[in-house]
Design a protein around this ligand. Structure first.
Ligand code: RTP
Ligand code: MG
Length: 139
């Protein structure tokens, strides 16, 4: 099943110029980049994006982190894209991430963990539409 997912390369990774290395891993996994842009999120945009986490203790800190520098947002397309991307990202906490995953190699800690990927078809749909309109998505 060809599917789309939403990816963010987070500020800890853009701050270390890791966009190219992370995108190479994404493309090597068979995921096609069908839309992409680099932005600096406002506090309001980050709060809206992470609204599902607003009651979590880490919410405030997460919003501060995600607005601390630029991020690269992209739409990825491919076979089982959501699960495929989650697999190459690795566990949320890099201490728990499997060898060879993006977070194992690049993440700094459980918050500054280099990448975001949608966790289900409904969240992928919401997240893609949050940052991109249909004219910005190729293919
Ligand atoms: P993501 O949404 O970014 O793909 O990551 P995820 O599904 O693996 O993790 P999630 O539970 O959705 O949490 C979203 C992001 O919040 C930060 N976080 N901090 N300090 C903490 O305990 C903590 N837990 C999560 C991470 O940046 C995580 O990716
Ligand atoms: Mg998540």
């Amino acid at each position: 099943m060809i599917q789309r997912t939403f990816s963010i390369i987070k500020p800890d990774a853009t701050g270390r110029n890791l966009e190219g290395k992370i995108l190479a891993r994404i493309q090597d996994a068979g995921l096609n980049v069908v839309a992409m842009k680099k932005i600096r999120m406002t506090q309001e945009q980050a709060e809206g994006f992470y609204h599902v986490h607003k009651e979590r203790p880490f919410f405030q800190s997460l919003v501060e982190f995600m607005t601390s520098g630029p991020v690269v947002c992209s739409v990825l397309e491919g076979e089982n894209a959501i699960e495929n991307y989650r697999a190459i990202m690795g566990a949320t906490n890099p201490a728990d991430a499997a060898e060879g995953t993006i977070r194992k190699e690049f993440a700094e800690n459980i918050e500054a963990n280099s990448v975001h990927g949608s966790d289900a078809p409904e969240t992928a749909e919401y997240e893609i539409n949050y940052f991109f309109n249909h004219l910005e998505i190729t293919g």
